[in-house]
Design a protein around this ligand. Structure first.
Ligand SMILES: [Cu+2]
Length: 488
C-alpha cells in the first residue's frame, strides 16, 4: 500500500487504493498522510505523547464536479475525512481540534469505546469546545469496517450534525486474510443541500409483500410533518461523472466497503451487470456470504463485498433509484481497452433480506426481554414529526436497564410507515428474527426495521456504561427517537 494514495483519498472520486493482496499488516497510524506516524502504545497515553491521529474540524469546500462545489464542515480539509486504519487491540489516541464556533462530538461508530470517549453527550462524553481540542482514547476493537462521524444534535438546523461533511471511514485490522483482491474501494453514499419537505420519502426499499406484523388496526391519519430531502447526492465527494472513473481489468476482483453516510436516507445501489458477493455486514463477517444484485443500506450501515469484474464494458455503480442516480449518486466503472456508451441495466427488484446471510441455529434462552414500541406523532404540514419509544420521547426515566453479563432479547416494534435504521452504541447485537423469519450469526450495530415491521435481536450486555440507542436518521433522533440504556 502506498501511503500517498491515502492522502489523495478525501479528494478522489473514489479511493482507488492500488493493488492490495491482503489487508496490510502495518501498525496503527499507517496510511495517515499528514498524521503523526507514531506507534500506538500498550497503555493509555497522556496528552504529552503525540496522538496516533489528529482530526481538525473546520469549514471546507467540496468540489463535487467541475463547477459544482458546496461549502460544509469536514475533517482535515476533506469529506470524507482521512481513512483511519488501526490494529485491533491497540490503545489509540486521537486528538480532535475544533476550528468552528460550535461544540462538537466525534462518535466512533461500531467500536466498543467507553461512554466518556464514545462521542455521545447523552452518555456523558464531554464536547470538544468551539476553538478547543480534546483527546479521544480507546482500544481499537472489534475488527472490521467502522466509521466516525459527528454526533451533535441538529434539530431544525440543516447545517449541523450529520447534514455536514463530518464523517470518515475507520478500519480496525485483525490481520486475518479476507481473501485475494486487486483493488480496495471505500465508497460512501452522501446527500447534500438538504431542505425540508412534507411529502413522504419514496421508500423503494419497502417490500410490498412484507407481513407488516406491527401494523396497528387503528392509525393516526394526520398529515405527515417535515422530512429532510436533498438536491444532490454523491458517492464520496463526487457526483456521477464528476470525478475519475473506477478503472478495472477483466478478471479483477474488487473489495468494496460501502457505507451509507447520509443523515436521513435509506439507499440502494447496484453495479449494473455485476454482483456483490457480500462478506460482512456492519464490518462483521457473515456466516453465509451471498451474491446479490442490489445492496440496501440505512444511514449508518456498512456492507463489505467482493465484485468479480467479468463483464467488460462501461458501467455505473450507483443508486438503483433513477432520481438518486440523476441527482449524482454513482461512479463510472471502466474496463481497460473498452470504449463506447456507459450502460445502466435495471437490476432485478428483490426485497433486501438480511437473513440470507445468516445461518440456522438455536439461540440460548434470553435472561431478559425488552420491548421497544416505536410510534410517530405526525407533525402536519407546518411542523416536525415527533417519535416515541414506549410512548415517550427522550429522555426516559431509567426504564431501559441492562444487567451485566445477561442476554437481552430486544424486540423492535415499528408501528410507523417509515423504515428506521436503529443503532446501538458500544455494543453489537445478533439478529434473531426479521419480520418473523428466524436467523442467527449476523452481528450488527445498526439494523433497518421495515415499515410496520418487527425485528428481534439478542444483545449480551458486557460493556458497562451508559449506552445510547437511537434511530440513525438525524431528524428522527433529534425529535425524540432515542433512549439511554443504563447498567443496573
Ligand atoms: Cu427513524
Amino acid at each position: 500500500m502506498d501511503r500517498r494514495n491515502f492522502v489523495k483519498f478525501g479528494t478522489a472520486a473514489v479511493a482507488g487504493l492500488g493493488v492490495g493482496k491482503l489487508l496490510p499488516s502495518q501498525g496503527p497510524g499507517q496510511g495517515q498522510g499528514q498524521m503523526p506516524q507514531m506507534p500506538a502504545q500498550s497503555q493509555a497515553q497522556t496528552e504529552t505523547t503525540p496522538a496516533d491521529f489528529t482530526l481538525k474540524i473546520a469549514p471546507i469546500v467540496v468540489e463535487l464536479a467541475p463547477n459544482r462545489s458546496i461549502s460544509t464542515i469536514g475533517y482535515n480539509g476533506t469529506s470524507p475525512g482521512p481513512l483511519l486504519r488501526m490494529r485491533e487491540g491497540k490503545q489509540v489516541a486521537i486528538d480532535v481540534i475544533n476550528d468552528t464556533d460550535v461544540p462538537e462530538l466525534v462518535h466512533w461508530h461500531g467500536l466498543f469505546a467507553a461512554s466518556e470517549m464514545d462521542g455521545s453527550e447523552e452518555e456523558g462524553t464531554p464536547v470538544v469546545p468551539p476553538h478547543g481540542r480534546r483527546r479521544y482514547q480507546f482500544v481499537a476493537r472489534p475488527a472490521g469496517m467502522r466509521w466516525y462521524h459527528t454526533h451533535t444534535m441538529a434539530g431544525s438546523d440543516l447545517h449541523r450534525g450529520t447534514y455536514t461533511g463530518q464523517y470518515g471511514f475507520l478500519l480496525v485490522e485483525s490481520g486475518n486474510n479476507p481473501g485475494r483482491y486487486d483493488q480496495e474501494l471505500f465508497l460512501a453514499l452522501r446527500d447534500w443541500e438538504p431542505f425540508f419537505a412534507t411529502e413522504d420519502e419514496d421508500d423503494e426499499d419497502d417490500d410490498p409483500n412484507a407481513p407488516q406484523l406491527e401494523k396497528p388496526t387503528r392509525m393516526d391519519r394526520s398529515p405527515n410533518g417535515h422530512e429532510a430531502v436533498y438536491r444532490i447526492v454523491s458517492i464520496n465527494d463526487k457526483l456521477l461523472g464528476g470525478g475519475d472513473p473506477i478503472k478495472v481489468k477483466q478478471g479483477d476482483r474488487l473489495l468494496v466497503h460501502l457505507l451509507n453516510a447520509s443523515a436521513t436516507s435509506n439507499r440502494r445501489v447496484a453495479l449494473t451487470g455485476h454482483k456483490f458477493q457480500v462478506v460482512a455486514l456492519d464490518g462483521n463477517p457473515v456466516p453465509t456470504p451471498q451474491p446479490v444484485d442490489v445492496v440496501s443500506m440505512g444511514p449508518g450501515e456498512r456492507v463489505d463485498a467482493f465484485i468479480d469484474m467479468n463483464r467488460p464494458g462501461m458501467w455505473i455503480l450507483g443508486a438503483t433509484s433513477d432520481a438518486d442516480r440523476n441527482a449524482g449518486m454513482g461512479v463510472f466503472v471502466e474496463y481497460a481497452n473498452q470504449k463506447g456508451e456507459v450502460q445502466w441495466l435495471r437490476p432485478p427488484q428483490k426485497p433486501w433480506d438480511y437473513t440470507i446471510f445468516g445461518k440456522t441455529a438455536v439461540h440460548p434462552q434470553p435472561d431478559q426481554m425488552v420491548d421497544l414500541i416505536i410510534e410517530k406523532k405526525p407533525g402536519g404540514p407546518h411542523d416536525f414529526n415527533h417519535w416515541t419509544i414506549n410512548g415517550k420521547e427522550y429522555p426516559h426515566e431509567g426504564e431501559f436497564v441492562f444487567r451485566e453479563g445477561a442476554r437481552h432479547r430486544l424486540t423492535f416494534r415499528n408501528r410507523t410507515d417509515d423504515a428506521h435504521p436503529l443503532h446501538i452504541h458500544r455494543h453489537l447485537f445478533e439478529l434473531v428474527e426479521m419480520n418473523g423469519k428466524p436467523t442467527a450469526g449476523i452481528m450488527k450495530d445498526t439494523v433497518v426495521i421495515p415499515s410496520f415491521g418487527r425485528v428481534v435481536v439478542d444483545l449480551i450486555a458486557d460493556k458497562p456504561g451508559l449506552t445510547l440507542f437511537h434511530c440513525h436518521n438525524q431528524l428522527h433522533m433529534d425529535f425524540g427517537f432515542k433512549a439511554l440504556f443504563r447498567y443496573s
